[in-house]
Design a protein around this ligand. Structure first.
Ligand code: A3P
Length: 300
């Protein structure tokens, strides 16, 4: 893919800002008032994740579950980021995520956000919407985010790997600390029953089982054949070669640096961390992740 960032009038890379105590870039805060006033409907489904935890994967599963049979042309003609708009994204010369969400003709509307739980627009709670949160272990999440920041012009430059580890541990990356994000949503689940909290590692281990759990949460009952068809379709290799799911149509990413569908593995962190880096990270992790009920797997 050739990147035509100039045409979109994007500055080279955005500055990091402190936004209500969370590190952000303006692309995700410029439309703040409109996003906060978003009018959710009771059947809207919010897919929430820390960036790079498997948002696209789960978005595609949901899109197929709801519309795979009734509107198959969606999957072949609309990129996933239009089928499942990214609520807070505002890039000059592209429709804002909020406008795309407003215009969605589907029922339910599938909407994506990377917001920490405290930033979610009020109406989603008021309308008692279903929410699906996907979490991924910190080390793989960080590796994926590092490569994403290298290739994505709407993110700040990640710098070298070693300094990136420190930025991640300090939460000085876009959307703030991973630790607060996964814990904040986990805690919210204790008081708001309509959150389905799932893990990237579980999805990798047994996609069919996780689709069953999702169906149970959503009250869907696809046939065994349909479930199998979806399970096959959402496998990494299939999504990687599908231009409607691999982000090759979005001209802010430079695939020559790194592809969006990069590896799709649990445990790739072992190819990045030195033993010393891993030990330092684990030490810090223990101090931040005190809730014994929230456990991640770094290998399967
Ligand atoms: P890697 O960079 O580790 O490959 P998000 O959609 O939240 O941006 O997350 C992107 C990450 O999810 C990338 O991780 C991507 O490869 C991975 N991913 C997307 N679809 C996947 C699939 N079907 N199976 C496994 N991993 C997938």
């Amino acid at each position: 893919m050739s990147v035509d960032v100039d045409k979109m009038n994007l500055p080279s890379r955005p500055e990091m800002i402190d936004f209500q105590g969370v590190s952000m870039v303006h692309y995700f805060t410029d439309n703040w008032a409109n996003v906060q006033n978003f009018q959710a409907r009771p059947d809207d489904i919010l897919i929430a994740t820390y960036p790079k935890a498997g948002t696209t994967w789960v978005s595609y599963i949901l899109d197929l579950l709801y519309f795979g049979q009734t509107s198959p042309e969606r999957q072949t003609s609309m990129p996933i980021y239009e089928r499942v708009p990214f609520l807070e994204l505002t890039i000059p010369s592209l429709d804002s995520g909020k406008d795309l969400a407003d215009k969605l003709p589907t029922s339910p509307r599938l909407i994506k956000t990377h917001f920490p739980v405290q930033f979610v627009p009020q109406s989603f709670w008021e309308q008692n919407c279903r929410m699906i949160y996907v979490a991924r272990n910190a080390k793989d999440n960080m590796v994926s985010y590092f490569h994403f920041e290298r290739m994505n012009m709407v993110q700040p430059e990640p710098g070298d790997w070693n300094s990136y580890i420190h930025k991640f541990m300090e939460g000085k990356i876009v959307y703030g600390p991973w630790y607060d994000h996964v814990n904040g949503w986990w805690k919210k689940k204790q008081t708001y029953s309509k959150i389905h909290y799932m893990f990237y590692e579980d999805l990798t281990e047994d996609t069919g089982r996780e689709i069953d759990k999702l169906c149970h949460f959503l009250g869907l009952s696809p046939t065994a054949e349909e479930k199998q068809r979806i399970t096959d379709r959402v496998q990494f290799d299939n999504m990687k070669k599908d231009d409607m799911t691999n982000y090759s149509t979005l001209p802010v990413m430079d695939f020559k640096i790194s592809p969006f569908m990069r590896k799709g593995k649990v445990g790739d962190w072992k190819n990045h961390f030195t033993v010393a880096q891993s030990e330092q990270f684990d030490e810090d992790y223990k101090k931040k992740m005190k809730d014994p009920t929230l456990q991640f797997r770094t290998e399967i």
